[in-house]
Ligand binder design. Structure first.
Ligand SMILES: O=C(O)c1ccc[n+]([C@@H]2O[C@H](COP(=O)([O-])O)[C@@H](O)[C@H]2O)c1
Ligand SMILES: Cc1cc2nc[nH]c2cc1C
Length: 357
């Protein structure tokens, strides 16, 4: 346990802010590119932030990867999802066979997929699977803590190590995604605890429950928070009591990526809850994140607002798996391509002043 805490502490201590000098140089480059000032809108801000991460005025993206963490949830026994928990391992196999939405989108966008079993409640074995199972699902948070301190620490470490290994293989833009029946319940509970907002405002329909079932889900989350009483100022305690193994894994990925100054595109409601935990733990992490899309899951907007992240896409999606993040990676890549490939006014011999300036 103490060995795990040391690794976590070392990673957190290695995180440093964006390089403001590189960002200023990138901002000046933007002003010299052959386009009216500001005309690439938010693409300009994206490229400037990545310049701050890569510490160069001319950043590049060469290798995109999405890390998908899978885990199960004891709280599914309370009837909080529209689908049975058995769908988690079934969908993980679907990922491994290439048949899920995330596979199609990752192929289209040329994004490497890393699929991690950090806590699926079934035996899974496949050559393409990263088997790092910490437990066969979490305990039921409505009755006590979802994880033991050791389980949470191990899951965080799985994430940190997966990020490090993926970056060591060359990835310079990461996305995160997840698979876990019941995990919108965990994400809502985390968000309610950390944002100190009413559970109902942060609890949605997940995979497709009806309004009556949503009210029940709200009561289950309220019970979980009452039973566990996690300290809202302690993000790791909140994560341990009402989170999930795959969510802890994603928190680890964010820490491990930011430690190496690699930008991460986050996905929907669950991965944004992981970003909330990570950013509460270390506020600098937020500077390295891009919000891929606005999920229709109730409360997603509230978490993004707290993180001061503006979603890149709004496509009314609520799938998870990293789908919205992988779509948005193409926008992030486009921002870097325009920034780094365009000619300057001087290079192209184009007049660089508005007529009456
Ligand atoms: O990404 C989102 O915003 C999102 C919103 C609703 C559901 N999901 C996915 O659906 C599963 C969780 O839904 P539920 O209803 O079982 O809690 C999980 O596998 C998520 O990937 C994902
Ligand atoms: C089929 C299915 C696919 C998913 N992908 C992410 N969450 C999911 C939930 C279900 C039910």
């Amino acid at each position: 346990m103490s060995e795990f805490s040391t690794i976590l502490a070392t990673s957190l201590a290695s995180i440093t802010p964006l390089d403001r000098a590189a960002m200023e140089q990138a901002r000046q480059r933007q002003q010299q590119l052959t386009k009216p000032a500001g005309s690439l809108g938010r693409l300009e801000e994206i490229a400037i932030r990545i310049a701050g991460m890569q510490q160069t005025p001319v950043p590049r993206i060469n290798h995109k990867a999405v890390i998908v963490m899978a885990g199960d949830h004891g709280v599914t026994r309370e009837g909080v999802s529209a689908y049975p928990a058995a769908v988690t391992p079934q969908m993980v196999l679907n990922f491994l066979q290439g048949g899920a939405a995330i596979n199609a989108l990752a192929r289209q966008a040329n994004v490497q997929m890393i699929i991690v079993d950090v806590g699926v409640a079934a035996e899974l074995s496949h050559p393409g699977l990263l088997s790092r199972k910490v437990a066969y699902g979490t305990a039921n948070m409505a009755q006590g803590p979802a994880m033991t301190p050791e389980q949470m620490m191990q899951a965080l470490l799985v994430g940190i190590e997966t990020a490090h290994a993926t970056i060591a293989q060359g990835a310079d833009l990461l996305a995160i995604g997840e698979m876990g029946i019941g995990n919108t319940t965990a994400a809502s509970a985390i968000a309610a605890a950390l944002l100190q907002l009413p559970v109902s405002e942060l609890t949605g329909y997940g995979t497709g429950i009806d309004e009556e079932q949503r009210q029940h889900k709200v009561r289950v989350i309220e019970q979980a928070l009452a039973v566990n009483q996690p300290d809202p100022l302690n993000p790791l305690e909140v994560l341990r009591c009402v989170g999930g193994l795959e969510i802890a894994g994603l928190v680890g990925v964010l820490i491990g990526a930011v430690e190496h100054r690699v930008p991460v595109v986050i996905d929907g409601f669950i991965s944004t809850a992981a970003a909330l935990v990570a950013s509460t733990l270390h506020p600098t992490i937020r500077e390295y994140l891009f919000a891929g899309h606005a999920s229709v899951e109730r409360g997603h907007r509230l978490i993004l607002e707290r993180l001061e992240l503006r979603p890149l896409l709004q496509l009314d999606m609520r799938l998870g798996e990293g789908t919205g993040a992988v779509l948005a990676m193409q926008i992030v890549e486009a921002a870097v391509c325009t920034h780094s490939e365009m000619a300057t006014f001087a290079e192209a011999g184009v007049s660089d002043r508005p007529e009456h300036a």
